[in-house]
Each structure stands twice: as structure tokens, then as C-alpha cells.
Design a protein around this ligand. Structure first.
Ligand code: HEM
Length: 486
């Protein structure tokens, strides 16, 4: 193929990003190959990682002549997320994909709409750490109860944990955000979960398929979104009723409605901002998505890695016993003592980042720090999954699960933007602290009560559907500890 003639001076001065190999016009062979691979259950993120080994650390997954740039080097990630972030917004491509599902919630907004939601929500994420750990512990109590029930029904069987963790994080997030425990651990909200999972999966297909408006069906999506809407509107109605009751009971003065939950906090700004109920729905649903699946993914992959690495698990247990003993219900402060545990969690986030791939869109043309040209208005993505596995950054053993990388001697080698599970720059995850606290408290209490063992022959099937889950879940054995044992 003849190289394209540069359209602008900047393009002429810079290098074109290498394009995914193809032989047919419109890259049809490459697009169909990619899609059929995903449909037949290939590990999509691994496929992209392998592609980067031949194409390089900046690649163009062009399909149907539409550019789709992926950057992997830390300097380029820093460029799009921080240094030149004003040129890389969510943009129309992302917003179109998520329009029906996320509306104008924080994940799907730019400019003033994003800023006002971020400002409104930020104080809620700086509230008392002790309150957070009490709330998390309450839900871990419930998780342990349900686990024990499942185990007594199937004492010798391995347990699938992904579904259990999704229900657990759904309950914890809904209480943290809305003050309402939806209690899905006890009564599985299967209608809601099905709708939620379907909406995510269709959104992921919209990312993959060029001209998705023509090729990706929409009818079922709209049906599932109606299920989500019903659920969220019900939560909003309940919160409004609770507030009205409180005012009636004289518990809170009318002009100072309690700010205990994010939803109460939003509602207290209702009068000044005149939020429509659709806007409130968008805000809430986005926070629920943020809080549910990501931490469930982290916990799920942690179980997988502990099953695979019994020595690491034993070291983790020894630290818990040393610092807290077998019975202490950990608080936020106590969790901070578990330094090795934090290393383990970071290592899980490195090899299995819950958001493995994330997209931005260029506003104007630009040149990346490595000299590659970015046209205006094209998707520019980064992949925490691939960057976190690059041998040139992490060493020849990049694919080995090794929490010692995060120990005092080696942690200095981890430079900014090499490790980006929570994004970076002005849009860095608001719930990072809550997520670490939730994951560490849960892990501590599970290990205080159970030994976790791998199921021989079980292999998870990672999926790239927005959040890094496993298509067949993760199965491990839980063996109840007698305290004399530990
Ligand atoms: C292990 C757990 C988590 C991971 C890996 C994670 C990761 C991320 C990532 C990658 C983003 C950037 C998304 C984007 O801009 O496209 C993000 C944003 C966000 N996260 Fe998290 N998250 C986690 C847990 C949570 C929790 C528990 C909450 C809330 C309860 C939360 C709230 C948010 C919010 C509100 C944003 C939007 C920030 C903005 O656009 O300004 N996250 N998170």
C-alpha cells in the first residue's frame, strides 16, 4: 500500500501509527478476525497484548477505515490523561456508545457536566473512614453468612466466587451510595444483574464493531435499561420519602437535609439545581456501576491468585495473625498495618486490572511524546492490562505474580503511569480508597475464617467486557479454619 500523503504540517513532521495487519479493503479481514475471535471465546486482552508485541507500543486498530489508536507507554498515557488531558476527552464516540445506559452520568460526561458531578460527589468520598469500615464489615458479615450456608449445602465442592462478590459489592455500594441495602446476597437481584450485565456487554460490542449503529442490535438493550431504570427510580423515590419523613419528624431541619449518603447529598442540592429525575437516575446508576463490578473483579482475581500461589497466601495469613489475630474485626486503621496485604492487592491490580482498557477521543490533532501522529477526533485508548504486563517496564518476569515487587526495596522502580488501574490525572477514580478498604477488609476476614485452595484443572476465561471478569467465574475451595490451626 502507498503511504497516505500528510494532510497537515504536524502530520508531515511526525510518524504514522502502525496499523493492524490486513490484506482486504476496509480492513475487513482484520475486523472479522477480531470479532470472530471474541465470539469464539478467545482471551481478548491477551490477543491485543500479543498484537502489541509485533506492532509496537502505539498501534492503530483501524477498521472500516476508521482509526482507533492505542497507546501503551507510560509517557503516552501520562500525555493523554494528565499533561495534555484537555485534548483527550470522553468525546462523542464514547458518549454515543453509552448513551442509553449511562446517560449524562459522571462516566459519560465531559466539561461542566462532569465537573459539577465530580465536585458534588467528592465530599462524600472524604467522609469518616471509620464509618466506611463499619459499613463494609456489616456486609462482610452477611457475605460470610451466605458463604457458610452455601458450604454447608455443598461441603466438598468448590465455590464460584465471582457471582458472590458481585452481590456483596452491590449491597455494600448501594448502602454506601444510597443508604439502601438491596440485600442481593440474600435475595439475588437476578433481574437487575442480568440487565446490568447485558447493558455492559452490548456497550463492549459497540466498542469492537465499526459502524455498530448498523450492526449491533438495540431492542433488547432498551428492554434491559427499562429494568435498570425501574430499580434506580425506586431507590430515588425511597430516598425522597425518607427525607420527607425525617423533615416531618423534625429529625433534620428542612434547610439542612442529612448528607449521610451520596443520594441524600445530591438531593440536598436539588432545589438549587433543579435536577430532573432522569439526571438523578444517570448520576446514581453511574456510581453504582463504579462501585459494584470493579471491586468484585478485584476480589475474584485475588481468590484466583491465592489459590495458585499457596506460599504467598501463607505469608498473607501469617501477617494477619501477627498483626490482628484470628478474631479481630478489622477497622480502617488496622487494615493500614497489613503492608504485605496491600502489596498482594496491588499485584492483583497489576495483572488483572478491573478496567483493562479505557478510551478517550482526541479533540485536535496532536503528536504523542514518542513522535506518533494523532489525527483530530479519533479514539485514543490505553490499556492498563497490557502496560501492566510489559517486560520492558516490569522485567522479564512481568507475567509472574510476585507481590515482592511492591516491597520497600523494589517499589521505587515503579514509575508514575506504569501502574494505572484507577486511571490518573483529573479523572482519577473517586472510590480508590473505598475500594482498597473494602477489598482488604474482605480479604482479611475471609482468610481469618477459611483456607483458600485451588480447584485442580479449573481455568478462568477472562473477558474484556468493560470490566475484567471471567466468563466461567472463578472456583476455589474454602476450608473452614479451626482457630487452633492458625
Ligand atoms: C478496584 C476497584 C476500582 C477500580 C479498579 C476503579 C477504576 C476506575 C477507573 C479506571 C476509572 C476511570 C474511568 C474513566 O474515566 O473512564 C474510575 C473512575 C471512577 N471511579 Fe473507580 N474504580 C474502582 C472502584 C470504585 C468504587 C468502589 C467507587 C465508588 C464507590 C468508584 C467511583 C469512581 C468514580 C465516581 C469515577 C469517575 C471519576 C471521574 O470521571 O471523574 N470506583 N475508576
Amino acid at each position: 500500500l502507498k503511504p497516505k500523503k500528510a494532510k497537515t504540517e504536524l502530520e508531515a513532521q511526525s510518524k504514522p501509527v502502525p496499523v493492524m495487519p490486513h490484506y482486504l479493503p476496509f480492513q475487513i479481514d482484520a475486523v472479522l478476525g477480531y470479532i470472530s475471535g471474541v465470539l469464539s471465546g478467545d482471551d481478548e486482552m491477551e490477543g491485543l497484548r500479543e498484537l502489541s508485541l509485533t506492532l509496537g507500543n502505539t498501534m492503530n486498530l483501524r477498521g472500516m477505515n476508521e482509526d482507533y489508536i492505542v497507546v501503551l507507554e507510560p509517557a503516552c498515557i501520562q500525555h493523554i490523561l494528565a499533561k495534555n488531558q484537555s485534548n483527550y476527552e470522553k468525546g462523542s464516540a464514547f458518549k454515543d456508545i453509552f448513551h442509553e445506559f449511562l446517560g449524562s452520568g459522571i462516566f459519560n460526561a465531559d466539561g461542566d457536566i462532569w465537573k459539577s458531578q465530580r465536585q458534588l460527589a467528592r465530599p462524600h468520598f472524604q467522609t469518616s473512614e471509620f464509618k466506611d469500615s463499619a459499613l463494609i464489615n456489616k456486609h462482610v458479615d452477611q457475605l460470610l453468612k451466605v458463604l457458610s450456608k452455601v458450604l454447608s449445602a455443598k461441603p466438598d465442592e468448590a465455590i464460584e466466587v465471582q457471582n458472590l462478590f458481585c452481590r456483596f459489592t452491590m449491597d455494600a455500594a448501594s448502602e454506601f451510595l444510597f443508604g439502601e441495602n438491596v440485600n442481593s446476597l440474600e435475595h439475588e437481584q437476578s433481574e437487575f444483574s442480568t440487565a446490568f450485565n447485558y447493558a455492559q456487554s452490548i456497550s463492549a460490542w459497540r466498542f469492537r464493531v465499526p459502524y455498530w449503529k448498523i450492526f449491533v442490535p438495540k431492542r433488547r438493550l432498551l428492554r434491559e435499561i427499562a429494568v435498570l431504570d425501574k430499580f434506580v427510580y425506586n431507590i430515588i423515590d425511597n430516598a425522597i420519602a425518607r427525607q420527607e419523613q425525617r423533615i416531618k419528624d423534625g429529625v433534620v431541619p428542612e434547610n439542612k437535609i442529612g448528607h449521610d449518603t451520596l443520594l441524600d447529598h445530591f438531593l440536598s442540592y436539588q432545589k438549587e439545581n433543579d435536577f430532573s429525575s432522569a439526571y438523578l437516575r444517570d448520576m446514581l446508576l453511574n456510581f453504582l456501576i463504579a462501585g459494584r463490578d470493579t471491586t468484585a473483579s478485584l476480589l475474584t482475581w485475588t481468590m484466583w491468585e491465592l489459590g495458585q500461589n499457596p506460599e504467598i497466601k501463607e505469608k498473607l495469613v501469617a501477617e494477619i495473625m501477627d498483626q490482628l489475630g484470628p478474631n479481630t474485626v478489622p477497622s480502617y486503621v488496622e487494615i493500614k498495618k497489613l503492608k504485605y496485604q496491600k502489596q498482594v492487592v496491588n499485584e492483583v491490580l497489576r495483572l488483572h486490572p478491573p478496567v483493562p482498557f479505557n478510551m478517550r477521543q482526541s479533540v485536535q490533532e496532536d503528536v504523542l511524546p514518542n513522535g506518533y501522529y494523532v489525527p483530530p477526533k479519533v479514539p485514543v485508548s490505553y490499556s492498563a492490562y497490557i502496560t501492566h504486563r510489559m517486560p520492558e517496564l516490569w522485567g522479564e518476569d512481568a507475567l509472574v505474580f510476585d507481590p515482592e515487587r511492591w516491597g520497600p526495596e523494589r517499589v521505587g522502580k515503579i514509575r508514575p503511569f506504569m501502574f494505572v488501574p484507577f486511571h490518573a490525572g483529573p479523572r482519577i477514580c473517586l472510590g480508590q480508597n473505598f475500594a482498597y478498604t473494602e477489598a482488604q477488609i474482605t480479604l482479611t476476614r475471609l482468610l481469618q475464617s477459611y483456607d483458600i485452595l485451588a480447584k485442580n484443572g479449573f481455568k478462568p476465561k477472562p473477558t474484556g467486557d468493560i470490566v475484567l471478569f471471567s466468563a466461567n467465574g472463578v472456583e476455589v475451595y474454602f476450608k473452614k479454619r479451626s482457630h487452633s490451626e492458625i
